[in-house]
Design a protein around this ligand. Structure first.
Ligand SMILES: O=C(O)CCC(=O)C(=O)O
Ligand SMILES: [Fe+2]
Length: 279
């Protein structure tokens, strides 16, 4: 038996790629296969597109306050702590607002999705949006975190919420493989708002010991204290793609100035011949 005090986080090394330019499908597949923990692509999409998406987010009639215990605002739908029927119904309702974030732009998230779909198709693997009788997932959701203090988004993993999503979700099958978390950053504050990644991939036992078995959120500072970590200093126009099984969070940001806005999606192998994509 282990208890909270004795459960020491095991260290898993971080394999990181960082460069400027366009993201390649080969790099995305490396993250999907667990060969790369994180990939930071600087200046991956244009400043003009970034500014327009930000303006559309801020002025969106579909902008809402999160009411699920994670402080932030959003456009779109999150599967976190929702059953499949509720999530897919919300995704359908939110779709016009998600589409409107891109107005008449060429949507960079859709561009990445389509490129990956083509590449995987050539390898005999299907990529598609997760779905149910109630509808299908959107290509992304837009988020702005509003936690105050050390973190604007507390340390968490993205796998617990997938593993415990419930049998009515087809995404459950992805939890045993890499859950890739894709983030596009249309707007970043001058200071803070770093994506912080810890050298630790929690097991079910780790989550139980920390009381975050079904949510993966939040891990305490005490638990992560001795774990090595890496901060990504992001700028508007950057992409970060990470193995969402590793603990990550967002550092605090200064109150005034530009807000931090991201477009987020998750994807991973449900079967050797099927990759699902959801939010
Ligand atoms: O805002 C970020 O950089 C990370 C977002 C994230 O971890 C999430 O949405 O699960
Ligand atoms: Fe996350």
């Amino acid at each position: 038996m282990t208890n909270q005090a004795s459960q020491k986080p095991a260290i898993s090394p971080l394999v990181i790629g960082e460069r400027t330019g366009s993201i390649s499908t080969a790099e995305i597949i490396s993250v999907l296969k667990g060969e790369l923990t994180a990939l930071h692509i600087k200046q991956a999409f244009s400043a003009e597109v970034a500014e327009e998406i930000t303006a559309n987010f801020v002025g969106s009639p579909g902008l809402k306050e999160r009411k699920d215990g994670v402080p932030g605002q959003y456009v779109g739908a999150s599967h976190y702590r929702k059953d499949a029927a509720t999530y897919f119904a919300e995704a359908e309702t939110a779709r016009p607002y998600v589409d409107a974030l891109f107005s008449n732009l060429v949507d960079p998230v859709r561009g990445l999705f389509n490129a990956l779909k083509r590449e995987l198709h050539d390898q005999g693997i299907e990529l598609r949006l997760a779905r149910s009788a109630q509808g299908q997932a959107n290509i992304c959701r837009a988020l702005s975190w509003s936690g105050s203090g050390t973190f604007s988004l507390e340390p968490h993993d993205d796998v617990a919420q997938v593993a415990c999503a419930g049998n009515d979700y087809e995404i459950c099958a992805v939890a045993k493989n890499t859950v890739a978390a894709l983030n596009f950053y249309p707007s970043m504050p001058e200071e803070g708002g770093n994506l912080r990644l810890w050298s630790h991939k929690p097991t079910v036992a780790d989550r139980k010991s920390q009381g975050v078995e079904t949510t993966g959120y939040p891990y305490s500072a005490a638990y992560l204290d001795a774990v090595p970590r890496r901060d990504f200093q992001l700028k508007a126009g950057d992409i970060a793609l990470i193995d969402g099984g590793f603990v990550h969070g967002v550092t605090g940001q200064s109150g005034d100035g530009k807000r931090r806005v991201l477009l987020n999606s998750f994807f991973g192998f449900a079967r050797p011949d099927l990759v699902l994509w959801w939010t």
